[in-house]
Ligand binder design. Structure first.
Ligand code: ASP
Length: 327
């Protein structure tokens, strides 16, 4: 009996040592970050900027794979089912890991249970943007114009459950009217059409918008934040612009599939921390209007708490907004 116990213990120790040394070498090859939207949009940009620094720290290439569809839930579903070895991780956001459960009753993942949180990468204020030739010159005129024209105008969004869809749904419920809605595979192609004037307006993460607003190719009527963004100081807050109840903010965060080994997670968490402390990386993110989380805010525990509170928050808000929309 004693011997059996002893040999079992030795076997366990050997297995454990094997697993530990396998992970100690992590990463031994390239890491893929699944971005659940089209290339060139905010989620993609945040993934590429942070990924560049992660690669330097981890000593392996970090490549982005865009798997778009269903408001980001297609890519996140796929990444959540990847082997939890740290070679496939994903860039989620307030939509995929907050709002989506309220909109997809048969969703294949639970944002609160099926992931290993790595860290919050960027807070991203939401702006209401219109095409250059849109008749309203400010947010007040925009509200009046939307009320008067309803389904004659088009809003561009990145699919049911995306940040753009969710935040514009909230906007519509506050204004008390709806418009036509056009779906894209991310807000990069949505922005192209806004610049081209094929669609009229949208609600999007600031990271996508700064350069086009600065170039005068689109106009930002309001930032749904308490303070103006230092990246676009000329854009008024929604409070200043007459729609104070439209207060909403989005974020992007890194997750692994559920069950990432602790030492792998620790390496990724440490590398993200380093990236967000790096001056060059910070500069690029800040120029695009992102809000970089402090040490505590970027921790896996803080991210898990954020996801749980977002899922709770968006459920009733979206159900009420959509019920009003159907009337
Ligand atoms: N900002 C987009 C959204 O509305 C997604 C993206 O293209 O990053 O969710």
């Amino acid at each position: 009996m004693k011997n059996i116990t002893k040999s079992a213990a030795v076997a366990a120790a050997v297995i454990f040592a094997g697993a530990a040394s396998a992970n100690a070498a992590y990463p031994e090859r390239q890491i893929t970050v699944v971005v659940p939207f089209a290339a060139g949009g905010p989620t993609d940009i945040v993934a590429r900027i942070s990924g560049e620094h992660l690669a330097r720290t981890l000593g392996q290439p970090v490549i982005v794979e865009n798997v778009a569809g269903a408001g980001g839930t297609t890519g996140i579903t796929r990444a959540s089912q990847a082997r939890p070895d740290g070679y496939t991780i994903m860039m989620g956001h307030m939509g995929t890991h907050g709002a989506a459960p309220a909109l997809y009753p048969n969703m294949k993942y639970d944002p609160t249970k099926d992931f290993t949180p790595i860290g919050l990468v960027a807070g991203t204020p939401i702006l209401v943007v219109v095409k250059k030739a849109f008749p309203a010159k400010d947010l007040k005129e925009f509200v009046a114009y939307v009320k008067a024209n309803g389904m004659k105008i088009n809003e561009a969004h990145a699919g049911v459950g995306s940040v753009s869809y969710t935040t514009c749904t909230l906007l519509h419920s506050l204004i008390g009217t709806k418009t036509a809605r056009v779906t894209y595979r991310g807000t990069a192609p949505a922005l192209n059409d806004l610049v081209g004037g094929q669609v009229d307006y949208g609600c999007d993460q600031i990271v996508n918008l700064v350069s086009q607003v600065k170039a005068g190719n689109i106009r930002a009527l309001g930032s749904a934040t308490a303070e103006r963004s230092p990246a676009l100081p000329e854009v008024p807050t929604t409070k200043e612009a007459g729609l104070p109840d439209f207060q909403v903010s989005a974020w992007n965060a890194l997750f692994g599939p559920k069950g990432l080994p602790k030492d792998v997670t620790d390496k990724l968490v440490g590398a993200l921390d380093k990236a967000l402390d790096d001056e060059g990386t910070r500069k690029r993110l800040l120029e695009l209007g992102s809000v970089i989380p402090d040490k505590k805010g970027r921790s896996p525990a803080a991210l898990q708490a954020l996801v749980e509170s977002e899922v709770k928050r968006w459920g009733p808000v979206l159900k009420a907004a959509l019920a009003a929309d159907k009337k």
